[in-house]
Design a protein around this ligand. Structure first.
Ligand code: NAD
Ligand code: MG
Length: 332
């Protein structure tokens, strides 16, 4: 078992007198910058002057600076721009202005792990990845709680990398919930695998395949939508709140019996073999190389496959049915 750090493990002065530059003011950037500032750290935002986040930041009361200016003065630089934008931004504006001994922090290990970005040897490189979207990171902090985070150290030039990263996680609110030690490789590979095989790729394909199976067999698409997509939320909420046990407590005996006898027939040895091959492509770097190349070409494949996904009949059925469920709009 790897270590779980709590509030009492934090060395309070590891970030005292440190100036933190947060680059990017999107989902994570906004939430983390506001939490750090409320925790008493000296925070500067480094943004693109022509970007939309600049105006949002000013509206929130910040005086944003350019990336170059924010980095020049910073002891800690937190890279919270989109993963695919990080290598160029790092090469052009961060690296040339980074103080020796600074701590370079990421919220996802992708670029460092796949060598798409190479920090010099004189800085600390670490990862603090809150396990929630930015909105939740901020909301929990405001409620005197925090979301759990992963922490990893890639390079320790000063001997202070771990203590400083943990202090950072503390200021974001995450030691209130627990900070779990990991490595850049483990965080990156498990994150990619989760979103590809289970969370985004796996679940949506299963939903659509289930819907198609019912519709092809002659059932009403509206009924198929409710069974295969709409009700997923109920089950996911139960799993999220209390694991498999809580789900089984709340569904019928018939559903439980169907689950344990039919589930393994759907996710059989063939599917497990393909899960392994998806993981192998992540581990070898093949997925990262493919995505980097796709992004550099302007993402034609992503756009075309997404447009196929979004023109599937399940989307039209869903749009129509959701209009009659006004409470769904209130959630967004
Ligand atoms: P985002 O898309 O919400 O925000 C990105 C921000 O960067 C915006 O403010 C944008 O204006 C700015 N930006 C984009 N390109 C830029 C450039 N070239 N120079 C300067 N600024 C630029 O991004 P996000 O989802 O917050 O992701 C940031 C990092 O956090 C990523 O590494 C991501 O993997 C990680 N992460 C995200 C989440 C999440 O829930 N969104 C969770 C954990 C980790
Ligand atoms: Mg899909």
């Amino acid at each position: 078992m790897s270590r779980l750090f709590n509030e009492k493990d934090v060395e309070n002065n590891a970030l005292a007198q440190s100036r933190v530059a947060v680059l990017g003011y999107g989902s994570q950037g906004r939430a983390q910058a506001l939490n750090l500032s409320d925790s008493g750290l000296d925070v500067q935002l480094g943004l693109r002057p022509d970007g939309r986040s600049w105006d949002q930041a000013v509206e929130d009361g910040w005086s944003p600076r350019t990336v170059k200016d924010a980095v020049t003065d910073a002891d800690v630089v937190v890279v919270l721009v989109p993963d695919m934008s990080q290598p160029a931004l790092f090469r052009d504006e961060v690296q040339p202005n980074l103080k020796p001994g600074a701590l370079l922090l990421f919220a996802h290990g992708f670029n460092v792990h796949y060598d798409l970005l190479e920090p010099g040897g004189d800085v600390d490189v670490a990862l603090v990845a809150p396990k929630a979207p930015g909105q939740r990171v901020r909301q929990e902090y405001e409620n005197d709680r925090g979301v759990p985070a992963l922490l990893a150290v890639h390079q320790d030039a000063t001997g202070q990398a771990h203590a400083r990263a943990l202090s950072y996680a503390h200021a974001v609110g995450s030691t209130r919930a627990g900070v779990l030690e990991t490595s850049f490789a483990e965080e990156t590979e498990t994150d990619l695998f989760g979103e590809q095989a289970v969370l985004c790729g796996g679940v949506t394909e299963l939903v659509v395949a289930g819907f198609e199976t019912l519709v092809d067999a002659g059932y009403n698409p509206d009924v198929a939508y409710f069974e295969c997509l709409h009700e997923l939320k109920l089950i996911v909420d139960l799993l999220h709140e209390g694991g498999l046990a809580r789900m089984h407590r709340f569904v019928s005996d018939t559903a439980s019996f169907g689950d344990v006898t039919r589930g393994p027939k759907v996710v059989d040895d063939h599917v497990r073999a393909r899960l392994k091959s998806v993981l192998a492509e992540i581990q070898s770097g093949a997925f990262a190389a493919e995505w980097r190349e796709e992004h550099d070409e302007g993402s034609p494949k992503l756009r075309s496959l997404l447009s196929d996904d979004l023109s599937h009949p399940i989307e039209r059925v869903g749009q129509r049915l959701r209009q009659r469920m006004p409470w769904l709009k209130e959630a967004s």
